[in-house]
Write a new protein. Structure first.
Length: 242
């Protein structure tokens, strides 16, 4: 017998939308994008997706990136589904290890990546014109809400601003210098996690810093020996910009 909604059944979602409010509708652009995804990406590679669904994910790399919509780690690194384990937050920050009763989203993702997925690399990916870094630099601006969640989160940058900004970088471009310093600070904070520090010491986990220029498409990688970010265009297989 076909299912029929009775007076006692919950109202369908369409009945719950405010009358005359188009914002309640699912964004048509997303539906169009989904159709293109099914046609161009999922259907041609369905066996690969089915294997991922059945056997699970085995990424070798975790990327800690900013939630800025202009920065997409999978696109930057040409990665497909199942190849990167990505966590995104404001300004790609990693808090120091702090086991307490609070909620720790980034720390939880890190724990899962290292302890369960056994990733071999962690990349902290910064980017140009980061809004979170800008907010930190403009510290006189008021909070966006009474909770001031952004202000509290961006206070993680305070040690970076004091100890991890190179003088030459700060003199040239204060925002860029702090974007670099934020990556350095997050790498230092990663090493406060016992599981990360132990695996790195044993050579089973590597930590990396990188910075992406949205406009030019350039990627700069942190040189562990010098502490500076270097353009990676000199590396084999990466063409220089024309």
């Amino acid at each position: 017998m076909p299912w029929r909604r009775t007076a006692s059944d919950p109202k369908p979602f369409s009945d719950l939308r405010p009358k005359g409010d188009d914002t309640a509708a699912f964004p048509p652009s997303l539906l169009d994008g989904y159709r293109k995804y099914r046609e161009r990406s999922h259907t041609p590679h369905r066996p690969d997706y089915e294997r991922l669904a059945v056997y699970g994910q085995e990424p070798q790399v975790m990327v800690i990136s900013c939630c800025d919509s202009r920065v997409t780690p999978e696109g930057i690194f040409g990665a497909g589904p199942g190849e990167l384990f990505v966590v995104r937050n404001v300004a790609n920050l990693v808090p120091p290890h702090g086991p307490d009763g609070d909620y720790h989203s980034t720390s939880a993702a890190l724990e899962f990546a290292v302890q369960a997925l056994k990733v071999r690399h962690i990349v902290v990916l910064g980017h140009c014109r980061c809004g979170g870094v800008k907010a930190f630099l403009n510290g006189d601006a008021g909070p966006l809400s009474p909770g001031d969640f952004i202000g509290k989160w961006m206070s993680l940058l305070e040690p970076a601003a004091e100890f991890r900004c190179l003088p030459a970088e700060r003199a040239e471009d204060p925002q860029l210098a702090l974007e670099y310093a934020g990556v350095r600070q997050s790498l230092a904070n990663l090493r406060t996690f016992p599981c990360v520090r132990l695996l790195e010491e044993r050579g089973r986990l590597s930590l990396h810093g990188a910075w992406f220029d949205i406009g030019s498409g350039e990627l700069r990688v942190l040189d562990a020996a010098t502490g500076r970010f270097e353009l990676c265009t000199h590396r084999p297989g990466i063409p220089a910009n024309p």
